[in-house]
Design a protein around this ligand. Structure first.
Ligand code: FE
Length: 216
């Protein structure tokens, strides 16, 4: 392989000051992998930093929480969201890779929605950020379909016995987000305060929004 890599690229300002002994095995592996990729010229460290920065600060569950809060206060937005989630989210400036074809499923007193990817780990990145480890785990992926009520109990969620659970299987093409029900006692809250009640798990369906009391 005659790749003439410009070694001036190595003059980047990553923080390499942590002694290796302070790092977990996973961190060591990631660092080793990054070094090899940069060394071989496959990735530009600045591009890697930009990517990480994007997923740490710009893309994340706070985006989904904004969508949910808007839907709670604005019936027209909610209708648009249910009809064409991708377009409605774009109105709020939310979209991109992993969110090209979004579908929002709304919880009701009769039906609770739960999202899984049984095949791998498809996840709506633009609204929820990077998936939690459990979402990608084989037990969650199989049991969410077979025994959703037991899985929810393990997440601390006990639903009324007469509330059905509907499980949605995400794919690379189609990704789901749950619109939880607006908690009681939130009539006086503005959109920002409402968004603060919306957890990542509430938008996957493995959790419920916080109530104002619990949030305080
Ligand atoms: Fe997947």
């Amino acid at each position: 392989m005659a790749h003439d890599h410009d070694h001036a690229d190595h003059d980047h300002d990553h923080d390499h000051s942590h002694p290796a002994s302070e790092l977990s095995p996973m961190e060591l592996r990631v660092r080793a992998l990054e070094s090899v990729l940069v060394e071989k010229g496959y990735v530009d460290p600045a591009a890697l930093d930009a990517l990480i920065e994007t997923y740490e600060t710009k893309v994340g569950p706070h985006n989904g929480a904004r969508v949910v809060a808007r839907a709670w206060v604005d019936p027209a937005f909610r209708a648009h969201l249910m009809a064409d989630a991708t377009a409605a989210m774009r109105e709020l400036g939310i979209g991109g890779r992993g969110g090209e074809h979004m579908v929002v499923v709304a919880n009701t007193p009769e039906e609770h929605n739960l999202v899984v990817c049984t095949l791998c780990s498809c996840y709506p990145w633009p609204v929820l950020g990077l998936p939690p480890v459990w979402y990608k785990s084989p037990p969650y992926r199989s049991r969410a379909v077979i025994e959703p009520r037991a899985v929810l109990a393990e997440f601390g969620v006990t639903l009324p016995a007469d509330q059905r659970i509907r499980v949605w299987d995400s794919t690379a093409e189609l990704r789901y987000m749950v619109l939880p029900m607006r908690p009681a006692g939130t009539e006086g809250l503005d959109e920002a305060a409402l968004a603060a009640l919306v957890t990542r798990d509430a938008m996957i369906g493995t959790g419920l929004p916080r109530t104002p009391e619990r949030n305080a």
